[in-house]
Design a binder for this molecule. Structure first.
Ligand SMILES: *[C@@H]1O[C@H](CO)[C@@H](O)[C@H](O)[C@H]1NC(C)=O
Length: 245
């Protein structure tokens, strides 16, 4: 092969590899940082320690505003920590829909920055807790179910939430739209089976969820087709409580 030809071959190879690099960069740009949709059945999000960098951002399948909400999830938190369980913020309301755990057996519910606390709820330590929370914007009533037991219905807020694009975060408490995290309020432990509906589920459906049987998945958030993006070290792990053979 003469030198001229070799240079030509080298050049075309170089051009091709440059094009490949650009293509890869473009693909990373397009898909690398975008949210992915995944079936997380039998899996959990593991938040391994206190931080302000670990969290998962969830993209809802149905846009707001929501005039009613049911949120169900299973939580296995680190023992004895204050923590945020579910944080939905909008530009104007950092606690548009927030589920917060201030102490054992106590849940703090926030709707459109209004607060109601339920005390003395069932609370498994070193074990999974199944939690369902309903809110009806027509009556303003809210109710919490934990491990099959229900709270009373309490008045919290009449109206709707998530009128502007909400940011939904697991693992941190938003004190501003998409930020304002406090390491003392973050979630440490495992979260799973997160489902959200833009209507109030009836008690039978909630008990079905509590008992772990087949239920109608959430239309706003669905653990079986979850659109999410992870920041920092949040791990997707199998449910290790289940004995696998
Ligand atoms: C994990 O497995 C245990 C044992 O089968 C079960 O009780 C628990 O509800 C499961 N948790 C989740 C989130 O699936």
């Amino acid at each position: 092969m003469n030198l001229k030809h070799m240079n030509k071959v080298k050049n075309s190879f170089w051009i091709r590899s440059m094009m490949m690099q650009k293509l890869v960069a473009l693909l990373i740009l397009l898909f690398g940082s975008s949210t992915k949709s995944e079936d997380l059945t039998g899996k959990v999000f593991t938040f391994p320690s206190e931080s302000i960098t670990r969290y998962a951002t969830l993209t809802p399948n149905v846009d707001g505003p929501y005039s009613a909400v049911t949120l169900c999830l299973r939580s296995f938190p680190q023992y004895g920590r204050i923590h945020s369980i579910f944080s939905l913020a909008t530009q104007s309301k950092d606690n548009d829909f927030l589920l917060y755990y201030p102490e054992k057996g106590k849940y703090s519910l926030h709707v459109h920055n209004n607060i109601h606390e339920f005390k003395g709820m069932p609370d498994n330590q070193h074990e999974w807790n199944s939690v369902c929370w309903t809110w009806d914007g027509k009556t303003g009533l809210t109710q919490l179910w934990v491990n099959g037991k229900r709270s009373i219905r309490a008045k919290i807020y009449t109206g709707s939430i998530a009128a502007t694009t909400p940011i939904i975060i697991l693992g941190q408490d938003q004190d501003s739209y998409g930020g304002g995290f406090d390491p003392k309020q973050c979630f440490v432990g495992d979260l799973s089976d997160v489902h959200m509906w833009n209507y109030v589920l009836n008690p039978c459906e909630i008990q079905t969820y509590m008992n772990g049987f087949a239920f109608t998945p959430g239309n706003v958030l669905n653990w079986k087709t979850l659109n999410y993006k992870v920041n920092g070290e949040v791990f997707v792990e199998p449910n290790d409580s289940a004995c696998r053979s």
